[in-house]
Ligand binder design. Structure first.
Ligand code: ATP
Ligand code: MG
Length: 363
């Protein structure tokens, strides 16, 4: 994969972009995952759900196991309609054949707002595409290492990780690990060392291009081609995120359906434009995904409509619902697709993955 903008003279622009980005440091908003009554009532469907592994000490196992079992006739109730709708969705997904891209699609999942679903989206779309037969690589570029955790990937501090790739020129092939749940899903893990990389990068040569250089080399030399690379970004617009923008062709922005959803978005788009102009001319926002949608609130519906009005071409039709199963999965080191494949959250991520594959690369 050759990049049209390998000219070392562009380093000057980088300082300007970086300064602009630092003016907009992201905030970290914690999310409270409320129990979803719609899901809890799906006991009838849950009879086929997998038994979660027993390794967590949290109350999660208890809450999953205690889902009621329907022993009554559902008739034409909202629950019956929902169950039949889920069955229809499962059948449609089973019948769909997803096209594989001819060239590796490198997608950076970014939003400087914290807790909007970047990591959840990264790992579940990656798993959804891997399940359909694509070879997928996830690069965990967040020192929190949440994507590594969710994929069941070793990332203790002594693990060789993306830090060594970016700072010590370690080849990607030496740090890559296979996800235990999917044969074609791989991960470059992040460890806590990555937290220091932002500062170490500042004085390095070609500091914005280090990930791209390493990734291009890996993809060029890989015997089996990869179809997708997803890069999970931290909730900030520092040098790690710039590296992710420079390494990718596409940006996927998850937007949480809540009041502050659009705050900071124009700054993010401005920064992406700056990167496109000076460091990576092929970069573009290809996809916006609405996450944690709660159809019971007017606010969520209004936010979703606002985002669709602003970006009609970019927003996926699929909405990701707020779902207990999605939030439980990482504590078992799993994506929701392996944790509870038939849950509504899993179906939504599979549908979003299908949409991304069917839309194809934007260029
Ligand atoms: P950060 O900015 O810290 O990297 P993030 O943008 O990567 O956060 P996630 O970690 O994916 O966001 O999600 C934040 C929290 O919300 C997590 O606890 C996650 O399990 C939960 N979550 C994400 N999506 C959903 C969903 N659809 N339903 C319920 N909970 C969700
Ligand atoms: Mg994250």
């Amino acid at each position: 994969m050759k990049h049209p903008n390998d000219d070392g003279t562009r380093v000057d622009y980088a300082a300007e972009i970086y300064a602009a980005m630092l003016n907009d440091s992201g905030t970290s908003a914690g999310i409270e995952v409320a129990s979803d009554p719609v899901e809890v009532t799906r006991g009838a469907e849950r009879t086929a759900a997998p038994t979660p592994p027993q390794k967590s000490s949290s109350g999660i196992v208890e809450s999953s196991a205690s889902a009621p079992t329907a022993t009554f006739s559902l008739g034409d109730t909202p629950l019956a309609r929902e169950l039949s709708e889920n069955t229809r969705r499962r059948q449609a997904l089973a019948a769909a054949v997803l096209p594989l891209p001819a060239k590796t699609r490198v997608v950076t999942v970014a939003n400087q707002k914290g807790g909007v679903g970047k990591t959840t989206t990264t790992v579940n779309l990656a798993a959804g595409l891997a399940r359909s037969g694509a070879r997928v690589l996830v690069i965990d570029l967040d020192p929190q290492g949440n994507a590594s955790t969710a994929l069941g990937i070793e990332h203790r501090s002594e693990t060789v990780s993306v830090y060594e790739v970016i700072i010590n020129d370690e080849p990607v092939t030496n740090v890559i690990q296979k996800c235990p749940d999917f044969d074609t899903l791989f991960c470059v893990p992040a460890t806590i060392h990555l937290a220091g990389a932002e500062i170490e990068l500042v004085s390095m040569v070609a500091r914005e291009q280090r990930l791209r250089t390493a990734l291009e080399k890996f993809l060029d030399e890989s015997a089996d081609p990869f179809h997708y690379v997803f890069i999970d970004c931290p909730p900030s617009l520092g040098l790690l995120t710039i590296n992710a923008f420079v390494a990718a062709q596409e940006v996927l922005i998850p937007i949480q359906c809540e009041y502050y959803a659009l705050e900071g978005l124009s700054q993010l788009l401005t920064n992406i434009k700056l990167i496109e102009r000076h460091l990576n001319p092929v970069l573009m926002v290809s996809t916006i995904l609405l996450t944690m949608f709660d159809s019971r609130t007017n606010l969520a519906n209004q936010v979703a409509q606002d985002v669709r009005d602003h970006f009609p071409e970019k927003v996926l039709t699929t909405l990701i619902p707020r779902s207990v199963r999605i939030s439980e999965a990482p504590s078992y080191g799993q994506t929701v697709i392996s944790y509870d494949a038939n849950s509504p959250g899993s179906l939504s991520y599979l549908e979003a993955a299908a949409e991304i594959a069917q839309r194809g690369a934007p260029h």
